[in-house]
Design a protein around this ligand. Structure first.
Ligand code: HEC
Ligand code: HEC
Ligand code: HEC
Ligand code: HEC
Length: 483
């Protein structure tokens, strides 16, 4: 009871405290003063931040088609400095990073699958945006004396300027070698930003046209969607369309008219009977998949949950109390704490292992598909050597065409399946199935011609061995495959 009574005492004492009237007024005035001061301070801090981020006086006003990244950098030094880090070229993760990994040394089957096409000669991993112009000049895939101007489209900030000056059709139709003097600035600010407002913007007509073909409109895209669409200007599947009657030559098209899924694109290409090359071993009309990163991403859990390319590849960064976008576009596995760990409360090691284990499984399925496809090419060649004609082989070749496009769709995708693990495995499963179906058909054709033993497959352990076999088919009859 003593406790209770002592509490009662203190209550009585509080009630008896009385302040003089002037003190009340003083407190009101004082606190009002403090509130105003705090408000002023807050406004000043915010203004400073804003100024630091977007200078009130733009150091150098930018021309509408300014291609020079350093000019933009004078106004936006943080973004420019982090952008310059895309120059770094020695980072390596299990399957990615910015090193020029040589895919053909690593995997001789690719030399067979791309036989007779530029990718069997030179195929290395992509690296940072800073190097895009240099890397395309150095690749052995560029042809002489003519190569399509279109090949510059995803490499340089000079492209929007030239398209504006020359006209889009004329730019694509030009000779790549003739534009070399004009295209010097690598992928950068102009590709993704409006120089006056700094808003994200689409500068490549092919993306706008592909949306229009689907009955959509890029100008209606929301802010979060734009954080992926700026990438979808280049990280997509595409082909060069030609139509003399419309004056179109090497016109860049994303094949999305029937949709952005792999089956939609196959149906689209089949409708045009389009082929990038005829496979010298099997005589199959091949569609070369490019790098359908955006389309694959669309089928994954992150896209479903509204996570954009920029959320992982260009996360926010804080320096000296300032928050800005990290323009060092790279593998997020080299910046897990700034990227994945913002949303996933797992340890860095767990996140790395989780991504790595997804990729290792996809990689195993990619190799399984390659083996089935390579055997199917040689089986078909054996049938030709046994006297099978085009009509007899049409169905096997159709299966091989579709199976190879599916394999390539995943294999050429960046990220080794991480962007959409289940879709990658589904597509590869179908690829293996189609390659094996082709082999069964061909085995029946061979059996009908009295060949029941398996063809004599060549040794393909090294890149050099694979190259020699591929060349023998490119240049002539190839190697004898019949038992
Ligand atoms: C949820 C996070 C996430 C999103 C969203 C995402 N990526 Fe990735 N991306 C990754 C991871 C993880 C890798 C694998 C990196 C590695 O293996 O080192 C990767 C790899 C890549 C690579 C190859 C980089 C390398 O070093 O091998 C490219 C290019 C790429 N992504 C582009 C895109 C594009 C374009 C989009 C949007 C259409 C996108 N990514 C969306 C996480 C993401
Ligand atoms: C104008 C075309 C273009 C745009 C826009 C573009 N990229 Fe790229 N990207 C490329 C090309 C080309 C390469 C390969 C450069 C090379 O290897 O020289 C590349 C390489 C990359 C790499 C590999 C770098 C590394 O270190 O492994 C990543 C990751 C990447 N891009 C992500 C993105 C993301 C994310 C976006 C959107 C925010 C984007 N890109 C926008 C054309 C583009
Ligand atoms: C591949 C596309 C891409 C390229 C290239 C690019 N940016 Fe950005 N930039 C973005 C994205 C995405 C954002 C985030 C915008 C948002 O969410 O509103 C951004 C944001 C910005 C912002 C707003 C402030 C901030 O940091 O978030 C500035 C300023 C900026 N970039 C400047 C530059 C400059 C300067 C360059 C050239 C050195 C450049 N950007 C190159 C995609 C790009
Ligand atoms: C902006 C937030 C965000 C970022 C950044 C992000 N994720 Fe996610 N991630 C999600 C969401 C949301 C899901 C879906 C969770 C769900 O629906 O249960 C998810 C799911 C996943 C899953 C489970 C996929 C499955 O099907 O089981 C993995 C693995 C994953 N993320 C890895 C990563 C990695 C690795 C990175 C960095 C490269 C990353 N995430 C970056 C938000 C994010």
């Amino acid at each position: 009871m003593t406790n209770k009574s002592s509490r009662g005492d203190s209550r009585e004492r509080r009630e008896t405290v009385r302040l003089p009237l002037w003190a009340g007024a003083a407190i009101v005035v004082l606190s009002a003063g403090v509130v105003v001061l705090l408000g002023l301070l807050a406004v000043s801090i915010m203004e400073r931040r804003w100024e630091a981020q977007r200078p009130a006086i733009v150091v150098r006003p930018l021309a509408q088609w300014e291609p020079n990244n350093a000019r933009w950098g004078e106004n936006y030094p943080r973004e420019y400095e982090t952008y310059l880090k895309t120059r770094i070229g020695d980072t390596r993760t299990r399957y990615g990073g910015a090193v020029l990994r040589d895919y053909l040394d690593e995997d001789p089957y690719k030399v067979i699958l791309y036989a007779g096409y530029g990718f069997s000669k030179d195929y290395r991993q992509a690296r940072g945006h800073y190097h895009a112009v240099k890397d395309i000049i150095e690749t052995k895939r560029i042809k002489r004396p003519f190569n399509a101007g279109t090949c510059w489209t995803c490499k340089s900030t000079d492209v929007p300027r030239l398209m504006n000056k020359m006209g889009v059709r004329e730019f694509y139709a030009a000779n790549w070698h003739d534009l070399k003097q004009e295209v010097v600035n690598s992928i950068g600010c102009q590709d993704c930003h409006d120089p006056q407002t700094m808003n994200l913007r689409i500068t490549r007509p092919a993306l706008k046209e592909a949306f229009a073909a689907m009955g959509a409109d890029t100008s209606e895209a929301g802010h979060q969607q734009m954080r992926s669409l700026v990438c979808a200007q280049c990280h997509v599947e595409y082909y060069f369309a030609g139509d003399e009657s419309k004056g179109l030559k090497n016109y860049l098209v994303f094949p999305w008219e029937k949709g952005t899924g792999v089956e939609d694109m196959i149906a689209y290409y089949d409708g045009l009977d389009f082929a990038d090359y005829v496979h010298p071993v099997s005589g199959t009309r091949i569609i070369k998949a490019q790098h359908p990163d955006y389309e694959m991403y669309l089928t994954g859990i992150h896209a479903y949950r509204g996570v954009s390319c920029a959320d992982c590849h260009m996360p926010y960064r804080t320096e000296g109390g300032l928050k800005f976008t990290d323009h060092h576009v790279q593998s997020p596995l080299l910046n897990i704490s700034g990227s994945c760990a913002v949303c996933h409360r797992w340890s860095e090691q767990e996140i790395r292992d989780r991504a790595g284990s997804i990729q290792t499984k996809v990689r195993a399925a990619v190799l399984a598909a390659e083996e089935a496809l390579v055997l199917a090419h040689f089986d078909t060649a054996a049938a030709v050597q046994a006297g099978a004609g085009a009509e007899e082989l049409a169905e096997a070749r159709r299966l091989l065409r579709h199976g190879q496009f599916r394999w390539d769709y995943v294999s050429s995708n960046n990220g080794m399946g991480f962007h959409s693990p289940q879709e990658s495995m589904r597509i590869l499963g179908q690829s293996v199935n189609q390659a094996q179906q082709a082999r069964i058909l061909v085995a029946r054709i061979l059996a009908a011609k009295g060949v029941s033993a398996s063809p004599r497959y060549p040794e393909l352990a090294t890149r050099a061995q694979a190259w020699e076999v591929a060349q023998s088919f490119v240049e002539g009859a190839g190697i004898g495959l019949l038992p």
